[in-house]
Write a protein of this length. Structure first.
Length: 323
């Protein structure tokens, strides 16, 4: 064995640390192995919710759970009047944990298997999408005579023309706008760190170039593409990416109210712009498989939630009624 694994000059782990890691329960391994911080936080809350319901005192007690416990929890979630989507997510989190425990031979089976979950709306997503005129009004809302206005218009165009998630937008670096076969593309780091390349729309490219010329960080290739215009306290320019929450609060919500779009579109959010891009592309005969790849969806069933071609208002019998 000594020949196969030569001793290193300096051991990175102390003997105590090595022992502690060897004793980590698989329940905690599962949580630590979820790469997305938001998913990890949500799943942790969901499993803690179940643990509190079942009165579990430590992770090892999860191994005593049966399907009857899970069904009782599902009924309790229904009594709390949680949405079907929330109940499905909570059951998915618990199922993911038990799948991992099965892999580690910590439990004999997954007690969530066979537990019926609330039906999801598989026909259409709940996120509101903008109409063409509303999207145009939102794009034209930022002022064109200030750097912030030029930046915000470029951001809105990036969201509306390419269907990016707000986290993906905030992660874009200057060098992520790059030429591929003579066409400008975004190099996008999506969920689970998957990389995809999306051609840049000409209108968005023009606005981004105008923004970079004004902000003067176009040569900072490793720096964030979209940045705060300045520090409100010191007036200094900031070399950091935008906060995803500020994209909603200070851009989408702000200009939605300013343009009057928020009044007409109940629940307008950053994801609405992603839904708008997908819905618009599908309505103009884009191939759904291409849209799936474009949006970075792992499953085409998610993309179908944006396919509203069968429910277009102009095709409704309402407009066939005549008196």
């Amino acid at each position: 064995m000594a020949d196969l694994i030569p001793a290193s000059k300096a051991r990175a782990l102390t003997a105590k640390q090595f022992g502690h890691l060897a004793d980590v329960p698989p329940e905690l391994e599962w949580l630590a192995n979820i790469p997305n911080a938001k998913t990890r936080r949500a799943y942790k809350e969901d499993v803690n919710d179940f643990s509190h319901f079942a009165g579990l005192q430590n992770p090892v007690e999860l191994r005593t759970i049966t399907r009857a416990h899970v069904i009782a929890w599902r009924k309790e979630l229904e009594v709390r009047e949680l949405s079907p989507a929330t109940i499905r997510r909570k059951l998915s989190a618990l199922s993911s944990l038990f799948d991992y425990l099965c892999e580690r031979n910590a439990v004999a089976g997954n007690p969530v298997d066979g537990v019926k979950r609330p039906l999801a709306n598989g026909n259409e997503g709940s996120t509101p999408a903008l109409g063409t005129a509303q999207a145009r009004k939102l794009l034209e809302a930022p002022p064109e005579d200030t750097l912030k206005g030029i930046r915000d218009q470029a951001i809105l165009a990036t969201l509306l023309y390419h269907g990016l998630r707000r986290e993906e937008l905030c992660r874009l670096l200057v060098k992520d706008v790059q030429s591929r076969e003579g066409v400008m593309h975004f190099r996008i780091q999506g969920k689970r760190d998957k990389i995809r390349y999306v051609p840049v729309h000409a209108a968005a490219q023009r606005l981004i170039e105008e923004y970079l010329a004004g902000a003067k960080h176009g040569e900072d290739l490793d720096g964030p593409l979209f940045r705060p215009v300045k520090n409100n306290r010191t007036e200094e320019k900031l070399n950091r990416p935008l906060d995803p929450a500020s994209v909603y609060r200070n851009i989408v919500r702000h200009y939605g109210l300013l343009a009057g779009v928020s009044v007409a579109v109940n629940g307008l959010c950053v994801h609405s712009l992603r839904a708008t891009a997908a819905t618009n592309a599908l309505s103009h005969q884009a191939d759904i498989a291409k849209v799936q790849e474009w949006l970075g969806h792992a499953n085409v069933s998610t993309t179908r939630l944006y396919d509203r071609r069968k429910t277009r208002p102009e095709d409704s019998p309402t407009f066939k009624v005549q008196y």
